[in-house]
Write a protein that binds this ligand. Sequence first.
Ligand SMILES: [Zn+2]
Ligand SMILES: [Zn+2]
Length: 277
Amino acid sequence: MNLTNYHSHTPYCDGRCNIEEFIATAIFWGFTSYGVSPHSPIPYTSSCNMLHERVEEYISEMNLLKQKYEGKIELYTGMEIDFFGEEWNTTIEYFRNMPLDYRIASVHFIPNQQGEYFDIDGNAHKFIKLVDTHFGGDIRYVVETYFETMRKMIEIGGYDFIGHPDKISMNASAYSPHITDSKWYKDIVHDYFKFIANKGVMLEVNTKAYKPHSYLFPNVQYFKYLKELNIPLVVNSDAHIPSLMKSGFREAYLLLKEAGYKNTMQLSMGKWVENPF
Ligand SMILES: [Zn+2]
Ligand SMILES: [Zn+2]
């Protein structure tokens, strides 16, 4: 199996180590290909997102590093692109014209009952306060809106794969324990994955929260269902520091194997191909 990761963050957004430190670690651990994916610029002020003014610098740094490490590791210039409805998403000209090797489509912001967008990706404490302050304490509304927003984003295309496809499960469970076991929640998720299978798109298995919180996104309980639906997967760590680059990988691949998966997807010579494990 080739060791790969296409989801990581550097100081261009909210990551903590520069790109070259990630590359050095990736080479040391024997990764065959590696992708960097800053949080995209967005039309709002956000300390977690890359500034529009730095995009060019990011692309040229990646181009230089690709030359420098040629033959040692395949490097890919990616971006994790946020969705704010029709005006801001993977399909707008701004992102289509950006010379990226791949695009991740992710939802970190959802609109409340008044149509105002809020970041639902913060820690549990922040999230609970946010739901009470800006969503009228209606956690079911938050969950439904999250999956609706994901569907809208998936529907329009313009990306290579979907980032952390059910990440709301962790914060929603902090707000309302066992919410993911309720029938309405499970029905939403089942329909959602069926919709994804019909669209024929690729999903990420995000391992970032596995070690600290025992969560994988998508949740492990759906792995067998994903296999039944034949949804292609790419395993990523969403690392913000190099030492967490393969955190949760061993467990994730083991659980995927148990669910019947025999391969995940990887970039090789610029194309998405199967990576048997
Ligand atoms: Zn993300
Ligand atoms: Zn990320």
